[in-house]
Design a protein around this ligand. Structure first.
Ligand SMILES: *Cc1c(COP(=O)(O)O)cnc(C)c1O
Length: 451
C-alpha cells in the first residue's frame, strides 16, 4: 500500500513517509493508491472493541507498521477517552441517532486523529533518534487536540500559534494550562490568517526545517482522515441491521476532513445510504453540492467557529475522485480556486446531500433539541439539525461537547453546561508565550526552546 499525491508530481510514499511529510511536495494531498474492500471484513468486526477495530482497519493501510504495534498504538490512544465505548451512539428517537465524538481529552472529535498522530510522532522519534519540533497555527480545536496528543512525549516539542484574544477562553486554557514542559502556547497579534502565514513562512525555510526537524500539524495529514474512518464503521456496526443500508450520516463540516472519511468508508464497501454535508453560514460546500459552483467568499464569524472556513482543505481529496483520478485537472482546478475564480465541476456523487444553517438558527436548534429530547448539543452539532431525512435513519456526528461553548448553550437551554475537565482548568495557571507575528521571532523562539 503506497500513497500518491492528488497532483501527481510526487513519488509514491509509504504510510510512515506520508504521515511524516503531511503535505506532498507538489502541494497536493496524499491518498492511498488503491482502496481495500471492507465488505467481507465487516461482519467479523462487529464484536471488536473500538481500539481493536481501529487496529484492524489501520493495519490495512500501513503494512509498514506491524499489526501488534497498531494494537498497542490504538489501545494507548483511545484509553484516554472517558468512556469505554470511545464513541457512544446515542439514540434520540426511532429515526435519529447522535454519535458522540467528544469523549477525548479536549472534548472535540479532533482527538480521534490527534491522539493517534501524537503516538505516531513518538514512534518516529524513537526510530530515528531525532528530536521533533511540531509547529501549527490554530483557531481553537486543532491546536488543543494536537497539544494533548503530544504533551509529555519524550523528544517532542509542540509550538502552537493562535490569534491573541480571538480564541475562546476555554480553548486557550486547554492549550495553555497543561503544565507540560514540552508545550508552548503562543498568542500572536492579528487574525488566524496572520498566525497561519507565519507558520507557512517557517516551513518555507528548508534549512530551518532540517535544523530543528520541523513537522506540521494541520488538517490535511492522511493519518487524520484514516483515523476518522473508524468511527463511521463503529457507528454503522451499531445500527439496527434493517437501517444500515439506507442510513444517512449528517456531518457538521468545515475543512471536509470528517465527512470525507465517511464517504471513503462507503467507497470501500460500507453499505450505507448517504452523507449530508451540514454547513453554517459559511456555505461554500452547500453551494457546491446544490449548484455545482465552487467559489470562495468572505469568512463570516459564527457561533460554530470551527466551521468558519471558505477554503475546505480536504476537498481536494474528493476532487481527485470526482475528476476520476486526473491529477493534472486537479492541479488546474486547485490553482483556479486559489485565485478566487469560479470553477464548474462535474456533478457530485449522488450519495451527498447538503444543508446550511444561518447563525440565528443555531441557538434555536440547540433549544429545540433540548426541549424535544432533553439532550444538550453544541453549536457545531446544532448545524446538523435541519432538513432531517423523513424516511430513513439519520446519524448525526456530534463534533464537540456543549460544555466547550457555555455562553450560547446557556442562552438556549437556560442551564450552564459543565464538564469536570473544563472546571478543573479554570483553577490552573495560564502559561502562554506571546510572540510577534514574524517568522524571525518564531524561529528564534523555537531554536532557544528546543532542548
Ligand atoms: C474541526 C471541527 C469541525 C469541522 O470538521 P472538518 O473536518 O474541518 O469538516 C466541526 N466541529 C468541530 C467542533 C470541530 O472542531
Amino acid at each position: 500500500m503506497l500513497y500518491i499525491s492528488t497532483r501527481g508530481q510526487t513519488r509514491p510514499h509509504t504510510f510512515t513517509e506520508a504521515v511524516e511529510a503531511g503535505l506532498a511536495a507538489d502541494g497536493g494531498l496524499f491518498l492511498p493508491e488503491t482502496l481495500p474492500s471492507l465488505r467481507d471484513r465487516l461482519p467479523a468486526w462487529s464484536s471488536l472493541s473500538y481500539a481493536e477495530l481501529a487496529a484492524e482497519f489501520l493495519s490495512l493501510f500501513a503494512p509498514d507498521i506491524r499489526r501488534e504495534e497498531w494494537a498497542e498504538l490504538t489501545q494507548e490512544a483511545y484509553q484516554r477517552f472517558d468512556t469505554p465505548e470511545v464513541a457512544p451512539l446515542h439514540r434520540l428517537d426511532e429515526r435519529t441517532y447522535v454519535l458522540e465524538l467528544w469523549h477525548g481529552p479536549t472534548l472535540a472529535f479532533k482527538d480521534f486523529a490527534l491522539q493517534l498522530l501524537g503516538l505516531l510522532y513518538k514512534r518516529q522519534v524513537k526510530l530515528s533518534g531525532k528530536r521533533l519540533a511540531v509547529l501549527g497555527a490554530t483557531s481553537g480545536d486543532t491546536g488543543s487536540a494536537a497539544i494533548h496528543g503530544c504533551m509529555g512525549q519524550e523528544g517532542i516539542q509542540i509550538f502552537i500559534l493562535y490569534p491573541a484574544g480571538r480564541v475562546a477562553p476555554l480553548q486557550e486554557r486547554q492549550m495553555a494550562c497543561t503544565g507540560a514542559a514540552n508545550v508552548f502556547a503562543m498568542p500572536v497579534p492579528g487574525t488566524f490568517d496572520d498566525a497561519q502565514r507565519v507558520v507557512k513562512d517557517c516551513f518555507g525555510d528548508p534549512a530551518f526545517v532540517r535544523e530543528v526537524n520541523l513537522s506540521a500539524v494541520n488538517s490535511i495529514n492522511i493519518a487524520r482522515v484514516l483515523a476518522q474512518c473508524v468511527y463511521y464503521l463503529w457507528a454503522w456496526l451499531r445500527l439496527p441491521e434493517a437501517d444500515r443500508a439506507t442510513a444517512e450520516f449528517v456531518v457538521p463540516t468545515g475543512n471536509f476532513g470528517n465527512v470525507l472519511a465517511g464517504w471513503l468508508c462507503q467507497q470501500m464497501g460500507m453499505p450505507c445510504g448517504s452523507f449530508r454535508v451540514a454547513t453554517n453560514q459559511n456555505d461554500i460546500l452547500h453551494r457546491f453540492f446544490t449548484t455545482g459552483d465552487y467559489q470562495q467568499g468572505e469568512v463570516l464569524p459564527s457561533h460554530a467557529p470551527s466551521m468558519d472556513i471558505q477554503a475546505a482543505s480536504n476537498f481536494e481529496r474528493y476532487l481527485y475522485y470526482l475528476l476520476k483520478g486526473d491529477q493534472a485537472k486537479v492541479s488546474q482546478v486547485m490553482h483556479c480556486m486559489k485565485r478566487g475564480e469560479r470553477v464548474s465541476l462535474p456533478p457530485a456523487a449522488s450519495s451527498f446531500r447538503s444543508s446550511r444553517m444561518s447563525d440565528d438558527e443555531i441557538p434555536l436548534a440547540i433549544r429545540k433539541v433540548w426541549e424535544q429530547h432533553r439532550y444538550v448539543i453544541d453549536p457545531h452539532t446544532a448545524c446538523a439539525f435541519t432538513e432531517m431525512a423523513k424516511d430513513r435513519v439519520s446519524v448525526v456526528l456530534s463534533t464537540a461537547s456543549p460544555a466547550k461553548f457555555p455562553e450560547i448553550v446557556q442562552v438556549a437551554t437556560e442551564a450552564e453546561p459543565l464538564h469536570p475537565t473544563l472546571e478543573a482548568l479554570k483553577n490552573r495557571p495560564l502559561m502562554t508565550h506571546p510572540q510577534q507575528a514574524t517568522d524571525v521571532a518564531i524561529k528564534s523562539f523555537i531554536r532557544s526552546h528546543q532542548s
